[in-house]
Design a protein around this ligand. Sequence first.
Ligand code: PLP
Length: 425
Amino acid sequence: MNSNIETKCIHEGWKPSQGEPRQLPIYQSTTFKYDTSDAMGKLFDLEAEGYFYTRLQNPTNDAVAAKICAMEGGVGAMLTSSGQAANFFALFNICEAGDHFIASSSIYGGTYNLFGVTMKKMGIECTFVDQELPEEELAKYFRPNTKAVFGETITNPTVSVFDFEKFAKLAHDHGVPLIVDNTFATPVNCRPFEWGADIVTHSTTKYMDGHAVCVGGCIVDSGNFDWMAHAEKFPGLTTPDESYHGITYAERFGKAAYITKATVQLMRDLGSIQSPQNAFYLNLGLESLHLRMERHCQNALAVAKFLEAQEKVAWVRYADLESDPYHDRAKKYLPKGTCGVLAFGIKGGREKSIKFMDSLKFASIVTHVADAKTCLLHPASHTHRQMTEEQLAEAGVASDLIRLSVGIENVEDLIADLRQALDRI
Ligand SMILES: *Cc1c(COP(=O)(O)O)cnc(C)c1O
């Protein structure tokens, strides 16, 4: 039965039959038993479906992946040990040494490093682009060996809103998929597949978990990209895989080719699984995600309006504010609200910003973001510390930028805390 996102948060994934546990069981087992040697052999040939080893698949993880898949509207999903693993696998599944892809320069610092430094060592080159460039300018960055385009629905930490339609058209005109990291928006506020994205990734560590208990990630496949139509670009999906008895994923698995390959080949070989225990916690987080996102957005908008009215605040960026340059785009792609994260600067720059942060009582200084508890960080001193001034400017991270992740506490208490800290500078 078709259901709305709130119902999916509760009911998708684990669907017990008569007499089974109501809540998702934790299958805390590395392996699964078979009665005959032949029954097990069929699994290895991918001729029969079943569990055999948790590095490849586990029932707890699969139930949670199925829930996220349903929330995003995809055909298949896979949990990973972290958001970093999700983004790496999402690209490595279709890129190999000698290939190239295009990513927005405004993405999360960890992903920027992964793409610009670590993947480069593997022979995969990434060109970072200013995501606000017009389509004709962006088109110039495509090469014959370009295999994908990557962006974030809401960029971390600059909270800019991604122009899905522009990038989906560009990617598809060049015969490559659009991969979108939907971590900050979550499928409650935005479903990138509805706007042309082909693959979605998540750091489930953030709002999905929501309580700062488990690092995790997820990849969701829309099933919409036609790999066979661009067969020469994606040999990993459209020619036989020697490591799987010559299976051609796009022929054998059709719409689920991409996610099947990511599971049976990349997860098998690289083994960045999420533990079933963590998947269980993630599922608990997902059950209240819709409620929390609504409150995060309400609180963040009230906080953004408060900050905007303060003499000591130099600027505020939050796309749900009418004054924000991304407001119209946010209304289009995220009509229910963006997320609880906003960015702002304090007059007097770095030094005053640090004094302000150190004076807060509820809001804690942590690397984490997108969580029930209000927290904040100064990217130039923390997450983006390894970047040069030039790279910071390219990523749009001002040296006075404070990333504030507004939690679900009482908003009057939060504003009182911000007010007293502002009074101290
Ligand atoms: C945190 C984050 C990541 C990395 O996820 P981890 O779970 O920390 O590995 C990737 N993308 C975005 C947008 C993030 O906020």
